[in-house]
Design a protein around this ligand. Structure first.
Ligand SMILES: CC(C)(COP(=O)(O)OP(=O)(O)OC[C@H]1O[C@@H](n2cnc3c(N)ncnc32)[C@H](O)[C@@H]1OP(=O)(O)O)[C@@H](O)C(=O)NCCC(=O)NCCS
Length: 152
């Protein structure tokens, strides 16, 4: 079910501050601000933002090469969580990269981040591997998850 008033659209340079604020509020080891500067200006094909009531409330960042895609980042403003925004962003990314046809999607998630893992499991991902000490601040394993397109 779609979230009322939610629009997922291309990013614009003026979205940079909102994305950085969500990133900092979402991760103990946030991406550097410069990554977002590049994403909303010259790498815009790799990011989409979710806007609700004129406010940026989340984003996905990812890419696809041939039949493989990587979801590099997904985050929702803490005040808007558990309302379906993350699920809708993930659905948009899966659609965008052709995950329902032929594209296999990979991602990494902190081992302790069971909420995000639950979201991914519900969308057909499975855990395939653990990367020891992959994350810093705090040091923690990554769970590698994959979503293989199902035969129809
Ligand atoms: C993970 C995240 C993007 C989910 O966004 P969201 O808008 O809350 O997601 P949704 O409301 O669409 O949740 C969909 C489902 O995911 C699961 N889920 C999401 N957050 C959860 C949590 N904290 N605990 C347990 N399950 C959770 C639930 O199954 C949920 O369905 P329900 O609300 O009907 O129970 C958001 O919590 C977030 O930005 N977290 C910080 C950044 C992050 O961890 N990103 C992922 C990095 S790999």
């Amino acid at each position: 079910m779609s979230v009322p008033g939610l629009v997922i659209r291309e990013a614009r340079p003026q979205d940079e501050a909102a994305c950085i604020a969500i990133e900092r509020a979402s991760f103990a080891d946030p991406w550097h601000d410069e990554n977002f500067t590049r994403l909303v200006t010259v790498q815009r094909e790799h990011i989409r933002v979710a806007e609700q009531d004129g406010v940026v409330v989340g984003y996905w960042i990812g890419s696809r090469i041939d039949d493989e895609a990587e979801l590099a980042n997904l985050a929702v403003d803490p005040s808007r969580r558990r309302g379906g925004v993350g699920g809708q962003l993930l659905d948009h990314f899966l659609q965008h990269v052709g995950a329902h046809q032929r594209t296999t999607v990979f991602l990494e998630v902190r081992a302790s981040n069971v909420g995000a893992q639950e979201l991914y499991l519900r969308r057909g991902f499975e855990a395939i591997q653990r990367r020891k000490g992959y994350y810093s601040q705090p040091i923690e394993d990554a769970v590698v998850m994959v979503r293989v397109p199902r035969a129809v």
